[in-house]
Write a protein that binds this ligand. Structure first.
Ligand code: IMP
Length: 210
């Protein structure tokens, strides 16, 4: 079995390889395959965007007869803030401009949230993973990591909105967690484990036998 994960993000690929290490499949990135995603993420939900990403690659590999024993997966994720009606949500990467520094984006969110009391600062990192098999069947899983918006930015680990995402049970922002700590509790990790279970149930994946 071959799993192609449609992302160009090296950090995501490390996490994905780690979580899929116990299944009997070889894991490839787009780069490994000599492919690049050019799809516009125009969906209005995480599910629609994940589907756009897997379809783009399926439509290249399937007509060329290159889908044998292959599953293509992709994720779409973002920060959903309760007090902002779920914003920035699916627009997380594009919020205030794709190339705007996260120091600026994070400060803007802290400013917007400055008068919001602690009990209304709830937020979630949401992740949706879609997968497509050689017959064109699509599988979906979605989940989130709950936390709240901090009062100040803290931590240099992680990326994006991590420094303003406070995890009360850890007493730290996700920007203060090591990669290993974050992978254990992250939205992406949680949903990838769900997807692994779905594909095992479908008979598409097996445990690796050592
Ligand atoms: P994607 O790569 O299209 O899924 O975009 C996700 C965007 O959501 C990223 O560019 C970040 O802004 C934000 N995001 C998603 N997951 C995380 C996370 O674990 N930490 C910080 N920001 C995240």
């Amino acid at each position: 079995m071959r799993i192609i994960f449609a992302t160009g993000n090296a950090g995501k690929m490390r996490e994905i390889r780690d979580i899929l290490a116990d299944v009997d499949a070889e894991v490839f990135s787009l780069k490994d395959m000599g492919l690049r995603s050019e799809a516009d993420e125009t969906g209005e939900t995480f599910a629609e965007n994940a589907l756009i990403k897997i379809r783009e690659i399926y439509d290249i590999l399937q007509p060329a007869g290159n889908m044998k024993d292959t599953v293509i997966m992709a994720d779409d994720s973002g920060l959903c803030i309760d007090a902002l009606d779920g914003a920035p949500g699916v627009h997380s990467a594009r919020y205030m401009g794709h190339d705007t520094d996260y120091k600026i984006k994070n400060q803007a969110i802290l400013d917007l949230m400055k008068d919001v009391p602690v009990e209304k600062r709830g937020a979630g990192f949401v992740c949706h993973i879609s997968a497509i098999d050689e017959k064109g069947r699509v599988y979906d899983a979605e989940g989130e990591m709950r936390g709240r918006i901090a009062y100040e930015s803290r931590g240099k680990e992680g990326f994006g909105y991590d420094p303003i995402f406070y995890l009360p049970e850890m007493g730290r922002t996700s920007g203060e967690l090591s990669e290993e700590e974050k992978n254990r509790i992250s939205h992406r990790g949680k949903v990838l484990r769900m997807m692994k279970a779905i594909l095992k149930d479908e008979g598409l994946l097996r445990e690796r036998v050592h």
